[in-house]
Structures are given as C-alpha cells and as structure tokens.
Design a protein around this ligand. Structure first.
Ligand SMILES: [Zn+2]
Length: 248
C-alpha cells in the first residue's frame, strides 16, 4: 500500500523524527488530503495518542528556520486545513452538525446546505524607510526580548490594503506614509493569516507610540540594525531585501 507523507499535529506542534523529517504512514479515514491528488496528508494527534519511538513534537515556528519555504508552505496549509475542519463541525447558520464535502474543501450542512470554506485573514505588514538609509523598526508590547519588527495588523472590513497600511502606521507609531508599494506575501498559520508585505516611505509626523501594541519604535540606520525577526519570517526577508539592496 502506498504510504503518505504525513503532517501530524498536536497543538501547533508537528511530529518529526530526530532529523526533523516527516513520517510516512498508511492513510486513515480521518486524514485530510493536503492536496487533492498526491500522497500528502494532515492528521490531528489526539491528546491520548502516544508519540511513536524515535519521533518528537516540535513547534512549527522552530521548523520554519531549518526548512525550505516549500516545506513550510505545505506544513502551513496542513495546519490551517486541520484547524478549519476542527472549528467547523457545526453549521454557523442553523447549528446542525456538518459533513465534509467529498471532493472540495468545504464543510457542508445537510439541513440547510450552507457551506463553510477555509478562510484566510488578510494582514498587512509594512517596512517604512526614511531617506536612503533609515528604516523604522518597532518592538511589540508583548515581546519581552530585544527583537524589533515591522508594523503589521489585520485588514478591516471595507478597507483597501493601502488604507490598512496607512491606518496601522498612524495608529501604532503616529506616522503618515507615501509611495506605498506591494512587495510579496506569505501564508502564516498562526492561526490562518495571509501576510501581505508593503514598502512605504515616511511622509510626515513624529513617532508617537500606541503603548498597548508597541513599546518602542525608532528609525535605525541600515548599518546599525538591532535584533530583527528570525529567518523564514516575511519580516526578515523584507528587511534583508530593503537593507541589502541599498547596501549594494
Ligand atoms: Zn445549516
């Protein structure tokens, strides 16, 4: 019988062997196909199930630093599909128990036919530069370490991405921006965000912190950066792209 490459999760931790490789397993009825036509599955490891010998549960945030982006994207998709299935066991319209659609990623209500699909939450993240050699980095109020990141936040209902960039920058650090340009995007499964990256230039205003969100923010010279987010995160690659390009 063909074995499937398995993303087996328990509380956002993934089952891997000592070399951080994924197990291959025989497919169970409860498994979820990560893609429709290949042998890659996602499975929840239930609380009372034992971790097999030679395997361990590792946080997916740790694995992003050692994996390729393809591996991370697939793990991210597996995790989000499992969460979606777990959170949509009942119809949000009439409350009846749902059933998984046989060919689509949809949880279908047999009573009222309402369908619930996996959703992503759009979230903007912005790198703000001033002149040719300064970048704004901010420390999150929740972060007790010394890491400085970028301004980010969820897109609100009825808002364009560019408006979300302006609003978050104004709310969090009191700055107005200009020349907002799209850079790239990255799915981020904590729990199901799509990070949409922008570069913007400082336009006007003095830094004024929203203290519930940001404990410190300042413009840093490109050659005097503080500790930045880890490799594999979109913030890291945005900073490298802007600072790296300008150093050349
Ligand atoms: Zn229903």
């Amino acid at each position: 019988m063909t074995q499937s490459l398995a993303y087996i999760f328990q509380n956002q931790k993934l089952l891997v062997d000592e070399h951080l490789q994924l197990p291959r397993v025989e497919r169970l009825a409860r498994d979820l196909a990560v893609h429709q036509h290949d042998h890659v599955i996602a499975r929840d490891l239930l609380e009372d199930e034992i971790v097999p010998d030679g395997y361990q549960l590792r946080p997916i945030r740790e694995l992003i630093q050692v994996w390729s982006s393809t591996e991370f994207l697939q793990a991210s998709r597996a995790l989000q599909l499992l969460e979606w299935r777990r959170n949509h066991k009942f119809c949000s319209h009439c409350g009846h128990a749902t059933e998984a659609h046989s060919t689509e990623y949809a949880m279908v209500c047999p009573a009222c036919a309402y369908r619930q699909y996996p959703r992503v939450q759009p979230c903007i993240i912005t790198i703000i530069t001033k002149g040719d050699d300064e970048v704004l980095l901010a420390k999150s109020a929740q972060n007790k370490g010394n890491m400085y990141g970028l301004i980010a936040g969820f897109v609100e209902v009825g808002e364009t991405l560019e408006e979300a960039v302006q609003r978050e920058a104004f709310e969090e650090v009191g700055l107005k921006l200009k020349n907002i340009r799209y850079m790239s995007s990255q799915p981020w499964p904590f729990p199901s965000n799509l990070m949409i990256a922008f570069h913007a230039e400082y336009d006007s205003g003095e830094i004024e912190l929203q203290l519930e969100e940001i404990s410190e923010a300042q413009f840093f010279k490109f050659d005097q950066l503080p500790e930045i987010p880890f490799k594999g995160s979109i913030a890291h690659s945005m900073i490298m792209q802007i600072v790296g390009n300008n150093k050349l």
